[in-house]
Design a protein around this ligand. Structure first.
Ligand code: HEM
Length: 478
């Protein structure tokens, strides 16, 4: 009983542990009060005067890192490359340990390498994908033009982003499909329902028998079966029309790799394919939508900055010319605004989680093998000592006096190292093109009163509160 509360030798400081619960309740109640786990963890670093905090959630050793030095060390060291193997991760992958996001070791390396190289070949950020992104934007601009006075930006963005991801995965366009709307609703609810440590369900999997709805178990089940049915149908269709060397989408490329036989590759299976596709959606859809949404939300909160962005577009581009991702270099101010949005509102405030592959030293503390690591990039993005005025929204911090981009190595939105985001090129293309095209076309004004906006919503992902905007078409550049 007492051994339950005893901390391992030289474990990082943190709240005391209760038998069976560890520091679960302290973290939960602090997170609730503070408005998210990321802020609660920052408060704990102050309280215990340490950037590395030692917790125990149920029976799992959980360590949170909150400074740039420790975060960088975790992200770039091989011994922190693992993923926890817990109930929550397995449930996410239909009870298995498959896919890319939730795996480690040989399987992860092989499958990640496949997807990275395939996405490069497909040309994330290159013409065909970029054209698809531009078509989506054209479509949502048309929809916005039909309803100028009362627009919920998130509702407009989410189906477009999902459609882009589905196109890359399956080569098909889903615009207007009712199943997409249903899937989106499930994905949204999922991202609000859990935090990065997996919530109560991870700690006490048996709770699913007592409270399947309250623990989120039923919701996860529903999401899993909804999405995997959808993906499996597409895979079956692809199998029927498979042509050698047709690698035009992720499913074809994967099936062709499977048909080549082992050839040094070990883990190419039907189940893996479903999970790799699922990973693309779970990792890419809410994150990309929320990043664009936060950037547009910020423009409603800082109208002067919105005007400067518009002037920048007006000065750099002829009225009829189409803007491409490669034009980003021409508008460093806009890049600075987008960086500041990502610094200020990181959509995944706590990234990871990671599993420590062997006992190691971090900041003079001993981190036991198989501990879970939570990486608080919100803390890095809001570090008072480094940024001086982290709570100010100030894009100029990323520009030198010659208007050149500077100082963004501490913006860690996409992570770093071998597990960094593999969809970053696509995400950055989407964020830039949606942002400039929408702001070139419309002036955005929030019509939701400030007093009606609560704090941003934090779960696994952070998203702005629901806000509505009024759009005024810009007269030039029509
Ligand atoms: C703005 C949008 C996005 C953000 C902020 C974001 C953020 C991240 C971060 C921080 C990680 C690293 C987690 C870690 O270090 O443990 C990650 C991993 C990942 N991302 Fe993204 N992501 C975005 C968009 C996308 C897109 C569009 C895709 C789809 C292709 C994607 C697919 C993945 C996958 C599969 C992983 C897992 C990599 C691994 O475990 O090796 N992400 N993402």
């Amino acid at each position: 009983f007492f051994s339950e509360c005893k901390k391992p030798t030289n474990y990082p400081p943190g709240p005391p542990w209760l038998p069976f619960l560890g520091s679960l309740f302290q973290l939960r109640s602090l997170s609730k009060k503070a408005g998210g786990q990321h802020v609660a963890l920052m408060q704990l670093t102050k309280k215990y005067a340490s950037d590395v905090i030692g917790l125990k959630l149920g029976s799992e050793y959980v360590i949170a890192v909150c400074s740039y030095a420790s975060v960088r060390k975790i992200l770039t060291s091989e011994e922190y490359e693992g993923r926890p193997d817990n109930f929550f991760f397995r449930l996410r992958s239909m009870g298995t340990r498959k896919g890319i996001t939730g795996t480690d070791g040989e399987l992860w390396k092989e499958q990640r390498a496949f997807l990275v190289s395939h996405l490069k070949q497909l040309g994330f950020g290159k013409d065909n994908v970029e054209q698809m992104v531009k078509d989506e934007i054209r479509d949502i601009i048309t929809r916005m033009e039909h309803n100028l006075n009362n627009v919920n930006i998130a509702e407009v963005l989410a189906p477009s982003v999902l459609n882009i991801l589905w196109y890359l995965t399956s080569g098909k366009n889903l615009r207007g499909n009712q199943r997409v709307t249903n899937l989106l609703e499930l994905l949204h609810r999922r991202s609000k329902a859990f935090d990065m440590s997996g919530g109560m369900l991870n700690l006490y999997p048996w709770l699913r028998f007592l409270a399947p709805d309250k623990t989120g178990f039923s919701l996860l089940q529903k999401i899993n079966s909804g999405i995997s049915d959808f993906i499996s149908e597409a895979i079956e269709e692809h199998k029927k029309s498979l042509i050698d060397e047709d690698n035009s989408d992720v499913i074809y490329a994967y099936l062709n790799q499977m048909n080549k036989g082992p050839n040094g590759k070990k883990y190419f299976t039907d189940d893996q394919l479903v999970m790799v596709c699922l990973d693309i959606f779970l990792a890419g859809s809410t994150t990309t939508t929320n990043t664009i949404n936060f950037a547009l939300f910020a423009m409603t909160q800082y109208p002067d900055i919105q005007e400067k962005v518009y002037k920048c577009i007006e000065n750099q581009f002829e009225p009829q010319c189409e803007i491409s991702y490669s034009d980003k270099q021409r508008v460093p101010y806009i890049e600075a605004v987008l960086l500041e949005c990502q610094r200020f509102f990181p959509v995944v405030p706590v990234i990871g989680p990671r599993r420590v592959l062997k006992t190691c030293q971090l900041d003079n503390y001993q981190i036991p093998k198989d501990s879970t690591i939570l990486i608080n990039i919100y803390a890095v993005h809001h570090d008072q000592e480094y940024w001086q005025d982290p709570e100010e929204f100030r894009p100029e911090r990323f520009l030198d006096n010659q208007n050149k981009l500077i100082g963004h190595e501490r913006v860690l939105t996409f992570g770093l190292g071998k597990r960094r985001c593999l969809g970053d090129a696509l995400a950055k293309t989407c964020v830039f093109l949606f942002f400039v095209t929408i702001l070139r076309k419309f002036k955005l004004e929030a019509i939701t009163k400030q007093s009606e906006l609560d704090d941003n919503i934090a779960g696994i992902n952070m998203s702005p509160q629901k806000y509505k905007v009024k759009l005024t078409p810009r007269t030039v550049n029509q």
